[in-house]
Design a protein around this ligand. Structure first.
Ligand code: FMN
Ligand code: MN
Length: 502
């Protein structure tokens, strides 16, 4: 997708867009409308008439699985996982970026040939505001007790002061004044490292309203040395065009609708928040750096993008689900025993991780828990549930069944402590507290189980087949499954069973 406008056209063509011409208030009202629409599975919303600003607001663009797939240009999130699997392979030493896989062999762009390219002339600089004024933007106040108005869907661009490497992060920005913003990069995030590692002034650029993949890329928990924009190039199958900023030494996506340029002074912090967050709770006031705006540029008639987070499920859940799917191959690179994993929406991603493993040695489930607590941003996971390979981690009923049936709390619970997500209000300390792991796999004799672990009760294949064949004859009014072959209840129950021999 070339830019946000091409995306809006696609949404319209796909019947995925509602344009609202009635006047709406960016103070709370848009939240209520967007949240109801999202929770009802409704369309993306383009508010044409927003009180106090001439700019339209696009919201709920990522609000359903279908739109997330449309944004990524795939039929399913599994498909996008397959596309990037080769890319992650390239990150693996000793192959590195110079490896042989290229677009010719994979059919897709790789990181190496997806690096962004610099252009001289960019739509995002069509208009340069004479006096930068954030009040011209329809910045939303999302929830009643929020500390102010927040830019919620930005690409925040910074540079590593040591390596010069670029980072793009989706970090909300609180409007403090007409020319200052709060920079809410949490302590574990890459821009926070850029901030800590340098001295003096740090330049920051913020792109708003890029194509949806570039916007999404800022939310990907990539290793620090990987440029999110190169990954965006892979996912779009087209390089991201960049243009040099007007007042800072950074580049921004040329296709952005709006660009905010500025700097933060190390040492200067200002309270940020409260903010009704994706945990479903308000996050409290905490000190964060301040962005002093030096320029605002934009396209002619710019469109302002926004997102509402709050009590799950909110619009961000599909961004998170895409990340969960895309990163499965990355998890499997260090943990090949992982069959699949699931981060439930209700666990707001960092609270719960369900993982199915091929168990091959005593203590294996514990090894995987500790590995998750030691891997990238997954390390912030509070609860890990490990199940056997045949369990469908996306079927929470099945997971709870296994959890209840297989766990002896005196034996199978691992308690630990470590870093937690900065948004977690449960621990006594900020960003530090307890972890819990549940080993819900079958316990082995080698793990000290002195009894005989029972088998799952199941019918023989022979009898099941016979009943399949005789079902019509029995005349029992039970709905048939999609294939029309056998009654759904039997099929469904069989879906929970381990494969023979496992
Ligand atoms: C809608 C949305 C809003 C987010 N807001 C923040 C935020 O305010 N601060 C933050 O640190 N992370 C936020 N995140 C998560 C980061 O974007 C994510 O952790 C990403 O990996 C950060 O980039 P980094 O790995 O380069 O630091 C948000 C994610 C989404 C989807
Ligand atoms: Mn990063």
């Amino acid at each position: 997708m070339k830019d946000l406008r091409a995306w809006i056209e696609l949404l319209r063509a796909e019947g995925e867009l509602a344009e609202v011409t009635a006047e709406v208030d960016p103070h709370l009202e848009i939240t209520e409308i967007a949240d109801r629409t999202m929770k009802a599975g409704g369309p993306a919303l383009l508010f044409r008439n927003v009180r106090g600003s001439s700019m339209p607001v696009l919201i709920n663009q990522f609000g359903t699985e279908r739109r997330m797939c449309l944004a990524l240009g795939v039929g399913s999130l599994e498909e996008v996982r397959e596309r990037v699997a080769g890319v992650f392979e390239l990150l693996q030493p000793p192959k590195g970026l110079g490896a042989v896989l290229d677009a010719a062999t994979t059919g897709f762009r790789t990181l190496k040939d997806s690096k962004p390219r610099i252009v001289s002339d960019a739509p995002c600089q069509e208009v340069v505001m004479a006096e930068p004024d954030l009040d011209a933007l329809p910045i939303m106040t999302c929830w009643p007790d929020d500390g102010g108005a927040f830019i919620t869907l930005p690409s925040v661009i910074t540079r590593d002061p040591v390596t010069g490497g670029r980072n793009v992060g989706m970090y909300r920005l609180q409007q403090h004044s007409r020319t200052t913003l709060g920079l809410h990069w949490q302590i574990h995030k890459d821009a926070a490292a850029d901030w800590r590692e340098g001295a003096g002034r740090m330049e920051v650029a913020v792109a708003l309203g890029t194509d949806p993949v570039t916007a999404y890329a800022g939310s990907m928990p990539l290793p620090k040395h990987i440029d999110e924009l190169a990954v965006a190039g892979v996912l779009r199958n087209e390089r991201v065009d960049l243009v040099r900023c007007k007042t800072v030494d950074l580049e921004v996506p040329a296709n952005a609708e709006i660009v905010i340029e500025g700097y933060a002074e190390r040492g200067e912090l200002q309270p940020e928040g409260p903010f009704g967050d994706h945990t479903g709770y308000y996050t409290p006031l905490e000190p964060f750096p301040v962005l002093h705006v030096t320029a605002i540029t934009h396209r002619r008639d710019p469109i302002y993008p926004s997102i509402v987070v709050g009590v799950p499920p909110s619009e961000d859940v599909w961004l998170g689900k895409a990340t969960e799917r895309i990163f499965l191959p990355a998890v499997q690179m260090t943990l090949p025993e992982v069959v699949d994993y699931d981060l439930p929406f209700a666990g707001v991603f960092h609270n719960c991780c369900i993982v199915a493993i091929r168990k091959r040695f005593p203590g294996h489930a514990r090894k995987v828990m500790h590995a998750i607590w030691g891997t990238g941003l997954l390390s912030l996971t509070k609860a890990v549930v490990v199940v056997d390979e045949w369990v469908d981690v996306h079927d929470y009923g099945q997971v709870v069944w296994q959890l209840g049936a297989n766990v002896d709390p005196a034996r199978d619970v691992v308690l630990s402590t470590g870093p937690l997500d900065q948004l977690d209000h449960a621990p006594n300390l900020v960003a530090m507290g307890g972890k819990i792991g549940f080993d819900a796999t079958r316990t082995w004799p080698e793990e000290g189980y002195p009894r005989t672990w029972p088998e799952v009760a199941r019918m023989t294949d022979e009898v099941a087949r016979r009943v399949d064949e005789r079902w019509a004859e029995l005349g029992i009014p039970v709905a048939r499954d999609a294939a029309g072959a056998a009654p759904a209840p039997a099929r469904g129950r069989r879906g929970w069973l381990p494969r023979r021999g496992s």
